[in-house]
Design a protein around this ligand. Sequence first.
Ligand SMILES: *[C@@H]1O[C@H](CO)[C@@H](O)[C@H](O)[C@H]1NC(C)=O
Length: 337
Amino acid sequence: MDRRIRILKRILIGALGSMTVFFIYVNVAGQSGRWQPPPHKNVFSPSSSPSAEAQWKDPGPYHVAYPRNYKFIMDDTPTCKSTTPFLILMVPVAPHDRASRDAIRKTWGSDKEIQGKLVETIFIVGLPGGADAELQQVRLRKENQEHHDLIQSNFQDSYRNLTIKTMVMLEWLVKHCTQSSFFIKIDSDMFLNVPNLVKLLLDPNTAQENYMTGLVWWHSPILRNPFNKFYMPRYVIAEPEYPPYPLGMAYVVSLDLPKKILSVSPQIKPIYIEDAYLGMCLKQLGISPTDPPDQNMFIVTPVHPLSSCSLSRVIAVMTTSIPQMTEYWWRSKHAQC
Ligand SMILES: *[C@@H]1O[C@H](CO)[C@@H](O)[C@H](O)[C@H]1NC(C)=O
């Protein structure tokens, strides 16, 4: 009995010791890492440095390399060039994920005119990675020759680079879509009820400027557990919570905002959590996101299968598979409450 307790004790102490060493390692490694916060600069306060590129040149593990001179290497879509959509559906998607793109093209991306308003879909990708990157690139080019709805920037496409994807998306919109009214950034695993979204945007109560809506997180704590997917050390952001932001799965933005967000972004540390980063930029602009008029419009943790009544009200909902997304699209056409 005694012996067992002693062994247990030793194991416990050993485990605690390793954990402590690991925590110290994570924090110290981060602090002494390559990224050094500029002196006397807070994440949320403006910087006096005009050269943003120099300031964030060497991002550590919790930052991304932005702004940097990324270029679009595929960009022959007619959208916003020979057309002026009212609403643009911007879908960041992994380069290899043709299946999701095709499903979207056949479902919610297929309705181009809704209530007399033009709606167009754009897929945004970075550079493919992995052993078959070259083959993927050939396939992307072929796919775009068929559909002309892909834009590709020359950063490495990865989960950790989502903030870069979002920011180059904003750059593209500023360059091409100033005549359009709104865009929605929507993930490829979502069902989007486009008619309901257009209805919301045409509602006289919907602001036409400084407007950003979605599932707004008003008090999102900054997660300090290094094992968490969204871990953020204190030395990067000291505040206990992020400024309010709509969840990245789907957010709707009036098209005056991309330019404003880009104008303040050089003053804000480019953290890898893209939606929280936009919240930080909004705060810098003194703009607050807007809650949707009905809390059933944006759903992140749905109970599947959605009822006809939910489908008739929803704007964007997370789905678990392409067949499920397709089914919701068909059912939404006749959904009633
Ligand atoms: C993010 O993209 C930049 C630019 O292409 C690249 O240098 C970096 O390695 C990428 N990071 C990740 C985690 O993929």
